[in-house]
Design a protein. Sequence first.
Length: 416
Amino acid sequence: METVDLARLQFALTAGAHFLFVALTLGLATLVAVLQTRATLTRSPIHLRMTRFWGQLYIINYAMGIVTGLVMEFQFGMSWSGLTHFAGNVFGAALAIETLVAFFIESTFLGLWIFGWDRLNRWAHLALIWVVTLTAYASAFWILIANGFLQNPVGHEVVNGVLQLNDFGALTANPASLVAFGHVLSGAMVVGGFFMAGVSAYHLRRRTREQEFFRKSLRIGLALALPATLVAGVFGGLGFATMQPTKAAAWSGSAQELAQVQADMVARFGPGDYLPPVELVRTSGVVMMLLFVVMLVFSAVSFLLMLFRPAVRGLRIWHWLLTAMIPVPFVTMLAGWVFREVGRQPWVVYGLLTTQDAMSHVTPLEMRVSLIAFCAVFGLLTVVNYWLLARHARHGPDAVALGSRPAETPAPALTF
């Protein structure tokens, strides 16, 4: 069990770190696509500059997120070979589609978008960022299809002791996946909206000369954050209807419900402890819901304040609070992720494969070394990412390299 706990901790830390990159990537991609659409339709110079500034921050976060995502894939073979052997034919299908159809297309078109400034027709260039955004959504969709299968296994049959996919439609229509997709996507919009508003408020508070630039950015960020928070709340409420009985009992905290669920699981699967860590499930759920209320109230008040130009330009305490709110959506999403994943324990594939049976045959020493190495790499990547984001965000739009034309150097004079 020590090895299992170490492997779970490793995957929790690496997946949680990667989740932070994904949330900001989805939110910023949407905002950049909207800004470029406005710039293309109206030929507005300020919206074009906004596209480049926020687009550069998006690219930094995306590039660092790729590394963390690729490293996570190795863990399935290194630490969880039991899962890939038993459920890889079903679980792996969604991951393969995500990699081949979504991720490859997204990264290819993002490269064209980055290097296509002033080289492609403006409408073709606009189409590129929308392809990038939509394939980012598709990538998140297929990841959540795979995760939803772990939460609520559907569309499969057991053949010779392993799972085989027999209903692709049921796999893609899994309520545990679709509700989670809506919840994660809207949550990512909250992250992107608060990030844009917070960075803009930082510059407005410091009275930088780009006041009009960041006034517009702040209003766009808040215009996204409020409705996205409401939508995230709706999908979060729907998610409670898809919870497993053990997670629902842990969330309620009722001793009677917990005893009843444990008895039902023992009758169904034999002797064992089938209850998730009750305190961790309840704590993460409470943190998620409390921070949701904070974000909802704050975004509603901020939405009203942004309608008044003097407040946008001069209410410095509001600017400070907006900047301080940047990490709150990240913490909320992490708390929700812990609530969703820990509540499924002790199952990896609910009702079919336990976490202990999903483990690879590795020693505690090997697991400790792997945990230290992965945490060191991910910790470094996370620190570097947010240092780069803060650095480029602080420098403002004048320091943006994305889409800038290289300085022309005069041709060398010919001498005879």
